[in-house]
Design a binder for this molecule. Structure first.
Ligand code: ARG
Length: 302
């Protein structure tokens, strides 16, 4: 891929991540603030994208780039899945994982997708914010990361059939008086950077603090430094089970349902078909539902 195209692709991907819109309550009076924030973020990421592209262009030859980018993984080959293994029960690091040190619902599914296509699954553990960029520049073949399908992400990448339905929830201390999303108005809110939870809180117009990892946000809550963590439902359940004194508060009116899907580079229909074939079968025969139960009950040993 030519450098200019690559820079464009990176800018596009990062801008998409920065101004992702999801189906959660947004009111008209927060629009101005959101647009401003998104514009600033886009400007920042543009600079970052240009730098990244420069470094990469220097580090690799054009030929090597062309080879890895155009070839879809074939029979006997490897599908390299990008994930961010900070999201139990979907992906986490453990002593004996289903793929190397990686385990969780997504990891088990990734392994099946590869194997049923006569291939091997490899995992690249990267920051959630960088996943779509890594996909764009050919570092990984697919993203499996409990990633919610959003219109903006759909403009940057292609998504598989959804395999899991989730929603954002609020984790609070057991004695908290937060009963609905609007109660967060005068509270200290913690989210995880780049997650749809951040997008939702931002759309609601509340100030918040963003952390790199879910565990960091939850520790902040446990230590009384924040009042509420907004994060995906199954992951929230895991954190509540693993930490004493926490509970989950749901507000379906404020947080609509989200669907997780696997992302491939735009136009990579060959790989997408291979993925969809397996996802479809594993949804139909109940394998994915079984994995969800199995991993939701599993204890995460890190
Ligand atoms: N579902 C949320 C999103 O798409 C959070 C996903 C976080 N996944 C992870 N592997 N860290 O933004």
């Amino acid at each position: 891929m030519k450098k200019a195209t690559k820079v464009l692709a990176l800018i596009l991907a990062m801008a998409m991540m920065a101004c992702t819109l999801v189906a959660c309550g947004s009111s008209a009076d927060t629009t101005a603030t959101n647009t401003e924030a998104a514009a600033t973020e886009t400007a920042d990421t543009e600079a970052a994208a240009t730098e990244t592209a420069d470094t990469e262009a220097a580090a690799e030859t054009e030929d090597a780039a062309a080879d890895t980018e155009e070839a879809a993984p074939a029979e006997g080959g490897t599908i390299t899945f990008g994930t961010n293994a900070e999201f139990p029960p979907f992906e986490y690091v453990t002593a004996n994982g289903v793929i190397g040190e990686y385990d969780g619902i997504d990891m088990a599914l990734a392994k099946q997708i590869a194997e049923e296509n006569g291939m091997t699954a490899a995992i690249e553990n990267i920051e959630f914010d960088s996943l779509l960029v890594a996909l764009q520049n050919g570092q990984i073949d697919a993203v499996i990361a409990g990633m919610t399908v959003t219109d903006e992400r759909k403009e940057a990448v292609d998504f598989s059939i959804p395999y899991y339905t989730a929603t954002q929830v609020m984790i609070v201390k057991e004695d908290s008086d937060i009963a609905k999303a609007a109660d967060m108005a005068d509270k200290k809110i913690c989210v995880v950077q780049g997650y749809t939870g951040e997008v939702c809180v931002n759309e609601m117009g509340y100030p918040y603090e963003a952390f790199k990892k879910g565990t960091e946000a939850v520790m902040e809550l446990v230590n009384g430094k924040c009042d509420v963590v907004v994060i995906d439902s199954a992951t929230a359940a895991k954190y509540v089970a693993d930490n004493e004194g926490l509970k989950i508060v749901e507000d379906p009116d404020a947080f609509a349902s989200e669907e997780y899907a696997i992302a491939v580079k735009k136009g990579n229909t060959e790989l997408l078909d291979k993925i969809n074939k397996v996802v479809e079968a594993k949804l139909a025969d109940g394998t994915i539902a079984d994995l969800a139960v199995q991993y939701s009950e599993a204890t995460v040993e890190e």
